[in-house]
Design a protein around this ligand. Structure first.
Ligand code: SF4
Length: 465
């Protein structure tokens, strides 16, 4: 396993969410069950105090210490520090070769059992890491906060807007690459539509089902769907069939029987491999965000793309619009999910309220991450200066309500900049992802002012998540 350089604060976030691991055991093979995590200690001494943990059948109360590897125990000299005498458990993220046979011993000469967390993770450490950085806690703190509040607002905002534009170019470049890739392998005329559909699906997957939606959308060839001349119900059968929900049905009703029959017929014509139902994530999602509802919406968009030139309408709407947010919201709300999904959030599961396709936050996300990059690409590809000016103008000036993205929410608070338009919101996300997370404070305009010419030293680069 590749060892990510995670700090202790990050490992504490992993420890505090028990869904990240299961079947914990100490190095001696004793079962570990957490009854109470205890309280996080921000003073000197162990990381958690008042923890209650069952180890090898015995309930113990005391403190817990978190480290990246066993080696840290010795480097920090905890063995001679009396504050660690009531330690009941030592948790390390990784095993290390140098201290394989060493054990954590407190100053009263008692051996403290150690758990190597990475042996019991329920997902890859990369997935957990991504989840944590995208969901900052209430204690999120940038190394430059609060000193950055002294910097002139225009200096910070100018830098963030520039990054927002960089992000737009980067995303539009990805759009270009995908179109060229499609041109190479699929010699059809629907490449921009195909790429648009794939990026739209990616945005519908959000963080929990992003990869699954990308995989699903790449199984669908718009040109082939056009040839098959599918009805709205057939298109839904195609999407749910390919995603694996029909071959592995958890409930049977008239609707899913009908979809299954349609899928059996379409499958013979397509000869595509299905995904597995189990690949889709429902865990910790609110029903309106369930992948089943999102697939229903993606099916409706696919049908509109194939039958009613949704892509062309969207481009025209953009070029003629005076308020992108308003006109795109109207367009995406016109796409209607089928009757069944209006009162179901999963197969056989009725919803309390009427489902309406996708909400405004998701549409806003699609505008920022799909429509702006796509129109930027179209303008540069066709050399359309007017369109390019329009894209940049709206990107910088289209006023929007509070951000939906968790990262931009905390970033705007820590930098004193409101993400009032897409350029600022995307700039804040870009700053976090490519500068703050990577500890590149010395290359950041804000960092250069806060930390001066000397730059920021390694221990201070740590972001509190
Ligand atoms: S990269 Fe810039 S904004 Fe981010 S923590 Fe460092 S100085 Fe602050």
């Amino acid at each position: 396993m590749k060892k990510l350089s995670l700090n202790e604060n990050f490992i504490c976030r992993i420890w505090e969410d028990s869904s990240n691991y299961s079947g914990l055991k100490t190095n001696e093979g004793l079962k570990v069950g957490i009854i109470d995590l205890g309280k996080r200690n921000n003073d000197a001494g162990p990381d958690y105090i008042g923890s209650k943990i069952k180890i090898g059948g015995q309930i113990m109360t005391g403190s817990v210490e978190i480290h990246r590897t066993m080696d840290d125990w010795f480097m920090h000299n905890h063995g001679s520090d009396r504050k660690y005498n009531d330690l009941i458990l030592h948790v390390v993220l990784y095993n290390d070769l140098y201290s394989e046979n060493k054990r954590a011993v407190v100053s009263s000469e008692r051996v403290v059992p150690t758990v190597v967390l990475s042996d019991f993770l329920t997902r890859s450490i990369h997935e957990i890491w991504k989840d944590i950085i995208n969901k900052p806690s209430e204690s999120f703190k940038l190394p430059c906060f609060p000193a950055n509040m002294e910097i002139h607002f225009e200096d910070k905002a100018g830098f963030v807007k520039r990054l927002g534009l960089e992000r737009l170019k980067l995303k539009s470049e990805k759009f270009r690459e995908r179109i060229y890739e499609l041109k190479k392998f699929r010699k059809d005329e629907s490449n921009p539509e195909q790429a648009f559909f794939e990026y739209l699906c990616e945005a519908l997957g959000y963080s929990k089902n992003k990869q699954q939606f990308i995989a699903l959308s790449r199984k669908i060839e718009i040109e082939r769907v056009k040839e098959l001349d599918l009805s709205a119900a057939d298109t839904e059968a195609l999407m749910f069939g390919l995603s694996g929900f029909l071959s592995d049905r958890t409930s049977e009703d008239e609707y899913s029987d009908d979809l299954f029959e349609r899928w059996t017929r379409i499958r013979r014509l397509l000869k595509k491999e299905e995904m597995f139902r189990s690949e889709w994530n429902f865990f910790r999602l609110r029903p309106p965000n369930f992948p089943t509802l999102r697939i229903a919406y993606a099916s409706a968009v696919l049908h509109e793309l194939v039958m009613n030139d949704f892509y062309g309408r969207m481009r025209n709407e953009f070029e003629e619009s005076k308020d992108i947010l308003k006109s795109m919201t109207g367009l995406f709300h016109e796409v209607k999910i089928s009757r069944y999904w209006k009162d179901h959030y999963s197969f056989g599961k009725r919803s309390q309220r009427e489902n309406k396709g996708i909400g405004e936050d998701r549409i806003k996300d699609i505008i920022s991450n799909v429509i702006f990059p796509m129109m930027y690409f179209t303008a540069s590809d066709t050399g359309n200066g007017n369109l390019m000016n329009k894209v940049e103008y709206f990107y910088r000036n289209n006023r929007q309500k509070a951000p939906v993205n968790e990262v931009s929410k905390v970033m705007q608070e820590q930098l004193g900049i409101s993400s009032v338009n897409p350029a600022v919101e995307q700039g804040l996300i870009h700053l976090h992802k490519f500068f703050c997370v990577k500890g590149k404070c010395s290359s950041c305009s804000i960092g250069r002012i806060v930390f001066g010419e000397e730059g920021v030293h390694e221990p201070l680069k740590i972001i509190i998540y």
